[in-house]
Design a protein around this ligand. Structure first.
Ligand SMILES: Cc1cc2nc3c(=O)[nH]c(=O)nc-3n(C[C@H](O)[C@H](O)[C@H](O)COP(=O)(O)OP(=O)(O)OC[C@H]3O[C@@H](n4cnc5c(N)ncnc54)[C@H](O)[C@@H]3O)c2cc1C
Length: 326
């Protein structure tokens, strides 16, 4: 372990020793690492990842951890955070973003310059590196539409480039997420081919922000959608009659209750009630969004996942990254 310490100091890579991951996730838990490293440039990022690969050190790379759950039993030597790796360079018809650039920032920059296709990313809390792996998307924007190529450091310590086609994008999936190809995203090249009137783009951003605030992102701590949304259809089909009855029951509330937040809460409760698992409602903002409060336990989260899988006959695909031994 002294070896890592020396390497980090020698290369002036900032780090926190004996790091409890709840510090960054804001979710209570015991997952931890020996060194939480915060490289501040692409060159430092490459160095620390290469070092861990060469020296066979157990490590992980994370972005904004907005989509990652660390189990209580999660232990590793090194976690490399990409959050300070934020270089951006503009070319003729593309932008090269280092992996730690925030998706909302890219959205704002592109809209300001009149580049279309980025308006939907406003308010998505992740980094572009993770988004390129997950094929993140919202409203009219999706990573598979804008990624030109991704630069990786693979497990053999080689730099490789994958084109959009190589990434084989599917809903919230790619060859990097399915681990068909293993590696760490260093940078993402996104295209800026399409231009549109800036006022129109800004208006779309505003509408998306308002919609997110009222209908998607609540005030409670969540990791976004737990399951890949289209796979929820299996559950919907299994329970179509009950969910139809729920719709009838919900109709009067839609007329009587004017407060959208209250209405959303009622809807969520009714969905879980009609699915026969009302006890899950208190943990969720919607069918697909689990929320953490001060007293939420890992068992509550695991119970939610297992119950949802049971209801869908194990057909749901998990969207978030769960790290540790399950
Ligand atoms: C409130 C909220 C709203 C959200 N809304 C949306 C939405 O509208 N649409 C949507 O698609 N998603 C949404 N998400 C999910 C999430 O923000 C995105 O998927 C985002 O792209 C994740 O980025 P991150 O940097 O936080 O990833 P992290 O959680 O840090 O990482 C996710 C996974 O990628 C790996 N990883 C991260 N960076 C790298 C790298 N450089 N190289 C290799 N592996 C890496 C991690 O190890 C982990 O396995 C939302 C989440 C929240 C909390």
């Amino acid at each position: 372990m002294g070896m890592i310490n020396e390497y980090l100091v020698e290369n002036e890579i900032e780090y926190d020793p004996n790091f409890l991951l709840s510090t960054i996730t804001k979710i209570k838990g015991n997952g931890c690492c020996d060194y939480y490293c915060k490289p501040n440039s692409l060159s430092q990022l490459k160095k620390i990842i290469s070092f861990c690969i060469t020296e066979n050190i157990l490590f992980d790379v994370v972005g904004n951890v907005s989509n990652t759950y660390f189990l209580n039993n999660y232990r590793t030597s090194v976690i490399v955070s990409t959050l300070k790796v934020k270089e951006i360079s503009f070319n003729n018809d593309s932008i090269i973003c280092s992996c730690g650039v925030n998706l909302s920032k890219i959205s704002r920059e592109c809209v300001r310059r009149g580049f279309a296709g980025y308006e939907g990313f406003i308010g998505v809390p992740g980094t572009v590196g993770a988004a390129a792996i997950n094929n993140t998307g919202a409203f009219q924007s999706s990573m598979h539409e804008i990624v030109k190529s991704v630069t990786l450091l693979n497990l053999e310590n080689e730099i490789i480039h994958l084109t959009n086609k190589d990434l084989k994008y599917e809903t919230r999936n790619s060859v990097l997420k399915s681990l068909e190809i293993k590696g760490f995203v260093l940078s993402v090249e996104i295209h800026t081919k399409e231009k549109e009137d800036i006022t129109v783009l800004k208006q779309r951003v505003l509408e998306n922000r308002i919609f997110r605030k009222n209908n998607i992102d609540g005030h409670r701590k969540s990791l976004g959608s737990v399951f890949v949304s289209p796979t929820l259809r299996y559950l919907m089909v299994n329970f179509r009659v009950r969910l139809f009855l729920k719709k009838i029951c919900y109709a009067p509330f839609k007329i009587l209750v004017k407060d959208t937040a209250k209405l959303k809460k009622i809807n969520t409760f009714l969905v879980f009630l009609f699915l026969g698992v009302p006890q899950l409602a208190k943990h969720c903002d919607s069918l697909n969004r689990f929320c953490w409060e001060e007293n939420t336990l890992e068992d509550d989260f695991m119970n939610y996942i297992n119950t949802m899988q049971r209801l869908s006959k194990n057909k749901l695909k998990i969207e978030i990254a769960i790290k540790g031994n399950q």
